[in-house]
Design a protein around this ligand. Structure first.
Ligand code: EPZ
Length: 491
């Protein structure tokens, strides 16, 4: 089992390219089950969750082939390019009450312009081709599903295309109870007969029928549930309207791919998605959106070390709530000029600079466009060093606080009451051995380790490998002293 050792206290400097999004790639990969033709996905990150999804799809009769660089298998999506925007002076949160704390400075170079999610990526990104060759196998086994909850997003595509799906019910996980009742409710509304058998969800339907589906739950909508129902409805007979759909940008990405495959979906990215069912879908060639959570994590890492970091391929319009909070904290983030003429600034270059005491702030995690729960642990690590009391309230997973006990071991001052944590800033964190408990909690511990004095050892970094491609190499590129070691202690 690997661990990271981090010698804290180095200012991060340099530039980094953000990888394709894990949480978009997983449901995007599942859409390959909806067609007999190959689906080519570009810039899929190299992560253990992705490998597990490949294994799962292979077990469901899909072949998977990785290739780099580009080699077209099916025609590429035809897109129009716009004129790139130039460098500009801009303060984060301009126009909001937070703007007064953001500083104004020139970007280091022109942003990557107005290239958006649908445009061609650099030629050297990875390429994953998925192609169903044996549609007879429709069981998603427990032995794979238990390694990754996102396996559930094969349910809708299997059911819609093959009329039958047997998918292991995912269990709970370290961030709390994670039911799938909304997925089931949505697919039932489309006419599926769904039963439970030996821990498996068994779903059947000759052909799904369009319907009005409500996906609101006690903690908002459901991201993968929306992906499941939307993907299934793409092949249903008639029109489906999803009300209270998840608005996360990853849902827009899935809808964009489905539309490139011949689906008729509008409204993705809003709470109301309309899907006109079609009889069949064809192959497509699609570039995954950049990972907003990876970007947010490196932004916090730069901020906590008083660093000066340039991030390329940054999906800035999906990070508005994060920029808003960080402006309040006093972190300078330079963004490309915004005249509001572009609605989806997805592949931009930004610069993060922080050279002053951090101010405390209130953070409430919420469904998109609110502050993402997947960045809660990371901003908590940052706020451990702010000058005063910060409040963090977790509205998506009220128990997602496993990282707090480990941060306390590094000298943080955090009091938790139910879904809220009060973080009292301390002058310094002190390196310590800490235990990673889940993907984002681990990222929070790495951020704390980068700022702490002395050595921090983060055990069980396999959690990090699920969602951050080569995190130690990325941080080394920015000047961090971080090494991956073979960890005898937790074996
Ligand atoms: C996605 O999980 C992400 N995973 C999670 O990221 C992320 O934390 C989450 O969305 C919320 O943003 C992937 O995209 C692979 P939900 P998902 O269904 O879709 C409740 C990471 O670290 N709920 O939107 O499974 C649920 O318990 C991971 O990358 C129901 O009540 O999350 C939660 O409170 C962790 N019934 C809320 O809704 C349901 O049927 C949102 O969950 C489904 C969900």
């Amino acid at each position: 089992m690997d661990a990271f050792t981090i010698q804290g206290g180095k200012r991060l400097r340099g530039s980094l390219r953000i990888h394709g999004s894990k949480n978009a790639s997983l449901p995007l990969m599942a859409t390959a089950l909806l067609t007999d033709e190959p689906v080519v996905l570009r810039d899929v990150p190299q992560l253990s969750d992705i490998q597990n999804m490949v294994r799962l799809l292979e077990s469901l009769g899909c072949t998977a082939a990785w290739r780099t660089p580009h080699s077209a298998v099916v025609p590429r999506i035809v897109v129009k390019t716009k004129t790139p925007a130039g460098a500009a002076k801009v303060a984060v949160g301009a126009g909001s009450s937070a703007s007064s704390k953001g500083s104004t400075r020139s970007l280091p170079r022109a942003g990557s312009g107005s290239i958006d999610a649908l445009l061609a990526p650099p030629e050297d990104v990875s390429e994953l081709t998925l192609h169903v060759t044996d549609p007879a196998r429709s069981q998603a086994d427990y032995k794979i599903v238990r390694t990754m909850r996102a396996s559930i997003c094969t349910l809708g595509p299997l059911l819609a295309k093959r009329g039958y799906a047997r998918v292991s019910m995912p269990g709970g996980c370290n961030i709390g109870a994670r039911p799938v009742d909304l997925h089931i409710r949505g697919l039932r509304a489309l006419g599926a007969k769904i039963t439970l058998d030996q821990g498996y969800i068994v779903a059947e339907a000759k052909r799904l029928t369009g319907a009005r589906v409500f996906l609101g739950g006690p903690f908002g909508s459901t991201v993968l549930g929306t992906a499941n129902v939307m993907s299934a409805a793409a092949l249903a007979k008639g029109t489906t309207i999803i009300e209270s759909a998840a608005c996360e940008p990853e849902i827009e990405d899935v809808a964009n791919l489905l539309n490139a495959m011949g689906a008729k979906i509008s409204g993705a990215g809003t709470p109301r998605i309309v899907i006109e069912g079609v009889d069949e879908l064809h192959g497509a060639d699609y570039t995954v959106m950049p990972d907003r959570i990876e970007a947010g994590t490196y932004i916090m890492a730069a901020a906590v070390t008083n660093g000066d970091v340039v991030l390329e391929n940054c999906p800035i319009d999906s990070l508005t709530a994060v920029f808003d909070r960080l402006a309040e904290v006093g972190v300078d983030i330079e963004l490309p000029k915004d005249d509001c003429s572009r609605s989806n600034r997805m592949r931009e270059t930004i610069r993060i600079a922080s050279a002053r005491r951090l101010d405390p702030v209130e953070v409430v995690t919420q469904p998109h466009p609110g502050f993402p729960t997947d960045l809660q642990a990371q901003i908590m690590a940052l706020l451990c060093l702010a000058d005063g009391n910060s409040m963090i309230t977790e509205k998506i997973y009220p128990d997602r606080f496993m990282h707090t006990a480990e941060l306390l071991r590094m000298g943080a001052s955090i009091t938790r009451s139910g879904p809220t944590a009060m973080v009292t800033g301390v002058r310094k964190l002190v390196g310590a051995p800490v235990m990673a408990s889940d993907l984002r909690a681990s990222a929070g511990l790495v951020i704390a380790g980068l700022a702490a004095s002395g050595t921090t050892t983060v055990h069980r970094v396999y959690h990090l490998d699920r969602g951050y491609e080569c995190m130690e190499t990325c941080l080394q590129q920015l000047g961090a002293e971080i090494e991956r070691i073979d960890d005898k202690e937790t074996e």
